[in-house]
Design a protein around this ligand. Structure first.
Ligand code: F6R
Length: 271
């Protein structure tokens, strides 16, 4: 009996450890935002050269702006083609028209799609103004089923640990769904909106389960405001209160962070 119970504990511990063991997140250091963006663009370009019909999972927000500009430069100056690339975005606000300057549709076309030769039918962004949002979530999951596995998923990270718009407390098993944005996320994103505008309360987002199906995940973090989150991501346990920690289950995650974003981690760990 005692032997069985010791064996049982060992097996459970071993399984727990197996999840932990996959936590081999690679860290690439960049001196600053410019270098981070150059490295992110280079990783993307190398993939597209190797696999011209690659599936790219794309993020919005402040962090990837320069990466996208550099991809546009590769296209314009070096004739890099994105003709057969397929893209699938993480999220979109609910209730903003697609042509609203803060909608993620507007962002993606304005920063990237309008300036490269990607085919319009290969671009996928969830529709935050769909009449039936439940159906839109199903439609998006169907697209994901067809496109999966995403070859390279670009992610940013919220200072509260969100990835996509998966806010603290989100089950890691979620597929596409409608989420209520946390106060801290709405506050952080106020900087993009005009003074008289309010940040939408809800968004549609790819769930963590779908993100985890990607072949490779590249998480970008820049600036001091991300330093605590990066430290927690690397050193913390898996915890649904810190959504990015779900990435510890994945065996091909790279954190590409600049010096400021690595500041807190470097105080306690040599990297
Ligand atoms: C945006 C997204 C978000 C952002 C995150 C960081 O599509 O999925 O998770 O990546 O909020 O945003 P920035 O880069 O503005 O700090």
């Amino acid at each position: 009996m005692v032997v069985f119970s010791i064996l049982g504990t060992f097996i459970v511990a071993k399984r727990y450890y197996a999840v932990k063991e996959r936590n081999k997140m690679k860290i690439i250091k960049a001196s600053d935002y410019e270098q981070l963006s150059e490295k992110a663009a280079k990783i993307t370009i190398e993939l597209v050269k190797e696999k011209p019909d690659a599936v790219l999972g794309l993020a919005t927000g402040g962090t990837p702006v320069l990466t996208y500009k550099l991809l546009v430069d590769y296209h314009r100056k070096l004739h890099m083609s994105f003709r057969d690339v397929k893209t699938i975005n993480l999220d979109e606000y609910i209730g903003l028209p697609e042509d609203h300057p803060q909608s993620y549709h507007y962002f993606m076309y304005n920063k990237l799609f309008n300036h490269i030769d990607i085919r319009p039918e290969n671009i996928h962004i969830p529709r935050g103004n769909a009449r039936n949002l439940a159906e839109e979530c199903i439609r998006y999951d169907e697209i994901l089923e067809i496109l999966h596995p995403i070859d390279l998923q670009l992610l940013g990270i919220g200072s509260n640990g969100h990835i996509g718009f998966n806010e603290p407390g989100t089950p890691f098993s979620k597929k596409t769904y409608i989420t209520k944005l946390s106060t801290s996320t709405r506050k952080a994103n106020e900087r993009f909106f005009q003074e008289e505008e309010t940040v939408p309360e809800y968004a549609i987002t790819m769930g963590i389960a779908s993100i985890l199906k990607s072949k490779k995940i590249l998480l970008l973090a820049s600036g001091k405001s991300k330093a605590e989150a990066v430290k927690q991501l690397v050193l913390g346990e898996m915890d649904e209160q810190f959504p990015a920690s779900a990435l510890k289950q994945h065996d091909n995650v790279t954190i590409l962070a600049d010096n400021q974003a690595l500041e807190e981690l470097q105080k306690v760990k040599r990297i």
